[in-house]
Design a protein around this ligand. Structure first.
Ligand SMILES: Nc1ncnc2c1ncn2[C@@H]1O[C@H](COP(=O)(O)OP(=O)(O)OP(=O)(O)O)[C@@H](O)[C@H]1O
Length: 248
């Protein structure tokens, strides 16, 4: 069975301990999110899990057959148009150009891009369109595991919901596992099978929340109700320091 297994992972930058004794397992077909305040070590943890950073202490064992990464800001190649950006990974895997372009176009349409956009270059795309391209590029290679770094943070609520719906649909159809980081609790509740709450200084997991209702059945009411419940949780209050906030 494919899985990502993190055991006793600790990380330092210089003399500063950033992460301490992180343990979790992501299983095939599951969506797991890491939620926590800014500076808590989420990005560091994601980079360690995805191999972008070298593990210093503890272990990360990734037995998924393939993985891909979608970044918050898209990271598209400025000299390539939309379709060529999406087709990159397929070409790198040795797919024939004609088939790669066909697959790129099909997934672009699935993510709400239009044929008129296909020849555009990144500089002529809105933030939302870049994000659509970024998702399409990460998913066109049909990864077994997808890493996402705050993928929806720059999007308005309508677009956020639309892309989340596409992501859930494609991940279910293709049985893709997802590990993503976010500071948005509602986003985590909408998408995750399990949420890991990461508290800062040094980053450590204080709580895990899991949800039984399948993602495609989670409507706005579910997300609002679960958020309201979770925001009362003492670990969430402490982790996000909600008790120190007062309206003046
Ligand atoms: N390459 C690096 N060298 C030194 N310190 C770093 C490096 N990368 C991150 N840090 C520090 O590690 C800590 C955790 O950063 P990280 O980016 O992992 O947190 P985060 O939870 O993703 O934050 P945010 O939500 O703001 O992106 C921060 O104090 C940051 O300054």
């Amino acid at each position: 069975m494919e899985k990502l297994e993190v055991k006793h992972l600790t990380h330092h930058f210089g003399f500063t301990e950033i992460l301490r004794d992180i343990n979790f397992t992501l299983e095939k077909g599951k969506i797991l999110s890491i939620v926590g305040p800014s500076g808590g070590g989420k990005t560091t943890l994601l980079h360690l899990c995805s191999g972008l950073l070298d593990v210093q202490e503890g272990s990360v064992v990734n037995s998924f057959t393939s993985s891909s990464f979608a970044f918050q800001e898209g990271r598209l190649l400025p000299w390539k148009n939309v379709i060529d950006n999406i087709a990159l990974g397929l070409l790198a895997k040795g797919e024939k150009k004609k088939t790669a372009l066909q697959k790129a176009k099909a997934i672009a349409l699935k993510f709400g891009l239009e044929e008129d956009d296909f020849e555009k270059f990144p500089k002529d795309l809105s933030g939302g369109m870049k994000q659509r391209v970024s998702f399409a590029r990460a998913l066109v290679v049909k990864p077994s595991l997808l890493f996402l770094d705050e993928p929806f943070s720059a999007l308005d609520i309508g677009l956020k919901k639309e892309l989340q719906t596409h992501l859930i649909q494609i991940s279910k159809e293709e049985n893709i596992s997802i590990l993503f980081i976010t500071h948005d609790m509602m986003e985590a509740i909408r998408l995750s099978d399990e949420i890991l709450l990461l508290k800062a200084d040094p980053g450590h997991i204080v709580k895990k929340f899991s949800f039984e209702v399948p993602q495609e059945k989670r409507d706005d009411v579910f997300v609002y109700e679960e958020s309201a419940k979770i925001l009362q949780d003492k670990d969430i209050i402490e982790t996000f320091e909600l008790n120190t906030l007062e309206l003046s």
